[in-house]
Design a protein around this ligand. Structure first.
Ligand SMILES: Cc1ncc(C[n+]2csc(CCOP(=O)(O)OP(=O)(O)O)c2C)c(N)n1
Ligand SMILES: [Mg+2]
Length: 383
């Protein structure tokens, strides 16, 4: 991508009555100003490498039938994931859609716990109950991946409302895909965020496709950030493959949400290299040239170039860091392989907050489509 094009991606729209905010002059600024910027930027890059190594391994393990259910990979979206999460404070809340491996890793969830979750094992970050789409780490204020498109937006608004009620200096980063902006939940959530001045940033990761549908075929206004104006919320678009630009924009908007109770929409323009999920080869609705064009401006290569300019990284170090990331992923697979499957008797535990939920599940005789009570009573799956 030419520099002018990249700059043209970084646009903003503001609600009529609010003047545009001055931009931070330096892209390296974040919530950690004055601290070890260089070390932090290096760590962000290492997280990008970790995701780049983790996702193909998840695909391999899925194809080896070690991982069940669905599996959506974020290869190509590393800067959009790491840049945004890297701008969060520890007590800010992250909530996400289902393409969540990279977001969980960026939030600091151990790759072992992420891989074990994909394997459905007890040491997974959701104790093996969630799988790929429902990673979770409440201790890290990561309130989940969510599988229903747009389903988590009202939950995110509710969390932001509770932050207001408790008068806490925190904000919510709610990640969603471009496919979620035409759901009713999007409009409802933005309306309430605008009406009640909720401390939330709706972070639209626009990878141009919702399954096989191009954003221009799905959205009457394909410049998604502009839709924020309908709810008198500020909206911005950022080059989602530029690590520092994403971090800068997210950090600034989270700061406004946290300190001034100003919600925002941030749209990050990026691209997924793989198909929608591992089950989709991804070649029926886009050309190889289109994918290769994006790969020529790879977010990791761009991060290397930028971090070298800033003397944060020497490009000769990259190979060694890549090997370290691959070793961590191998360890994660080894760990997941050796982690036990959850006991079937515990099926009803950790599903709802109420510890009585196991008993509740056992009582759902009439309405249990998958025969859960039988499963619990029999102590194992029926054959
Ligand atoms: C309410 C609802 N409708 C349909 C689906 C099926 N579905 C799963 S993913 C998806 C596309 C979403 O695309 P996008 O939001 O752009 O996210 P991306 O996959 O690109 O990360 C759809 C329609 C769903 N999960 N939930
Ligand atoms: Mg999409």
């Amino acid at each position: 991508m030419e520099r002018d094009d990249a700059e043209a991606l970084n646009q903003a729209v503001q609600p009529d009555e609010r003047p545009p905010e001055p931009r931070e002059p330096e892209a390296t600024r974040g919530p950690d100003d004055g601290q070890d910027q260089s070390g932090r930027l290096r760590r962000l890059f290492e997280l990008m490498l970790l995701i780049r190594a983790f996702e193909p391994e998840a695909e391999r393990q899925y194809k080896a039938a070690k991982i069940g259910g669905y599996c959506h990979l974020a290869t190509g979206q590393e800067a959009a994931h790491v840049g945004a999460v890297g701008a969060m404070r520890d007590d800010d809340v992250l909530i996400a859609a289902y393409r969540d491996h990279g977001l969980a890793l960026a939030r600091g969830v151990d790759p072992k716990a992420v891989m074990a979750e994909l394997f459905g094992r007890i040491d997974g970050c959701a104790h093996g109950r969630g799988g790929s789409m429902h990673l979770l780490d409440v201790g890290r204020n990561f309130f989940g991946g969510w599988g229903i498109v747009g389903g988590h937006l009202p939950v995110a608004a509710g969390i932001a409302l509770e932050i207001v009620r408790r008068d806490e200096p925190r904000a919510v980063l709610c990640e969603l895909g471009d496919g979620a902006v035409n759901t009713g939940a999007w409009h409802e959530s933005l309306n309430l965020a605008g009406l009640w001045d909720l401390p939330i940033v709706f972070y639209v990761v626009n990878n141009v496709y919702g399954m096989g549908t191009h954003v221009e075929r799905a959205s009457a206004e394909p410049e998604l950030y502009k839709r924020a104006g309908a709810h008198r919320i500020g909206g911005e678009r950022v080059d989602g493959d530029d690590l520092l630009a994403v971090r800068d924009a997210t950090g600034r908007l989270l700061g406004q949400a946290r300190e001034e109770r100003r919600p925002a929409v941030l749209e990050a323009m990026t691209y997924r290299y793989r198909g929608h999920s591992v089950a989709d080869a991804g070649w029926t609705y886009r050309s190889r040239e289109e994918v290769e064009e994006h790969q020529r401006h790879d977010p990791l290569d761009r991060a290397v170039a930028r971090l070298a300019e800033l003397d944060v990284l020497d490009s000769t170090e990259v190979e060694g860091l890549r090997e370290q990331a691959e070793a961590r992923v191998r360890e994660a697979v080894e760990f997941a392989e050796h982690s036990a499957e959850p006991d079937v008797q515990s099926l009803g535990e950790h599903v709802y907050g109420d510890p009585a939920s196991a008993e509740q599940v056992a009582r759902m005789t009439g309405g249990a489509p998958f025969g859960e009570p039988d499963l619990l009573a029999a102590g194992g799956p029926r054959t």
